[in-house]
Design a binder for this molecule. Structure first.
Ligand code: ATP
Length: 212
């Protein structure tokens, strides 16, 4: 196998903080797409959403490293990448893909439903569809999921020649927003994130439990 044949997955997001939905998605993505390497890519400045006041990207990165560091069944396939954070600019996915295309011409980008449905509005969307296959994981939400998702899949294929892959996963209704709120209220987060990540959050009082 040459370098350009390796199957690379990219999973971007804010991960503020990383939670069970993300962790299960990584495993589902690795398995469904039979990836050689999966780069988890926390953004520096997301173009499409605002960060929490006082956001520290290095803390988001560190939490991912704590979450994914000690899981032996991932072998050395999962890499928490500081590529976007190191660039210190608005994190556009097409730019990240342009960089990774030098490593492999087989790249798959993972999106949960909320991101998947908005993909067309991302900067240089047509280039994103050209550079990567899109893996979609259903994220439970308030929208009429199945209809809207099907329509979008057809649209992306017809209009952009996109390759779309369904990644099966038991739905997990959970967001970082919900976790931040629980932490602020001093609530338990067992089963929603690794205890090691929660300990790190408490150590640095990241979401204001002690200021609430
Ligand atoms: P926030 O609540 O702060 O908006 P979030 O929980 O949506 O955060 P992100 O870091 O924005 O987390 O998400 C990164 C990626 O993970 C996105 O593609 C998103 O769709 C996906 N994702 C997040 N939570 C889930 C979940 N529970 N199930 C499936 N996919 C998810």
């Amino acid at each position: 196998m040459t370098m350009s044949d390796i199957k690379i997955g990219i999973y971007g997001g804010t991960f503020d903080p990383v939670h069970l939905g993300h962790i299960r998605s990584v495993y589902a993505f690795l398995t469904a797409c039979d990836l050689d390497r999966l780069f988890i890519m926390p953004n520096y400045l997301p173009p499409h959403k605002s960060l929490c006041p006082g956001d520290d990207p290095m803390m988001r990165l560190q939490m991912l490293k704590i979450a994914f560091g000690p899981l032996p069944f991932y072998n050395d396939k999962v890499i928490v990448s500081d590529f976007e954070i190191r660039n210190r600019e608005v994190s556009y996915t097409y730019k990240t893909l342009e960089h990774f295309k030098w490593i492999s011409n087989d790249i798959t980008l993972l999106c949960g439903t909320d991101n998947f449905l908005n993909l067309e509005y991302w900067r240089n969307a047509e280039r994103i569809f050209e550079l990567a296959k899109i893996a979609h994981i259903v994220r439970p939400g308030t929208y009429d999921e199945s209809d809207e998702i099907l329509q979008m899949k057809d649209r992306y294929r017809d209009k952009y020649g996109a390759t779309i892959i369904d990644v099966p996963m038991a739905p997990i209704e959970l967001s970082s927003t919900e976790i931040r709120e629980k932490i602020k209220r001093g609530e338990n987060t067992s089963y929603l994130m690794p205890q090691s990540v929660r300990d790190f959050i408490d150590q640095y009082d990241l979401y204001g439990e002690h200021n609430a």
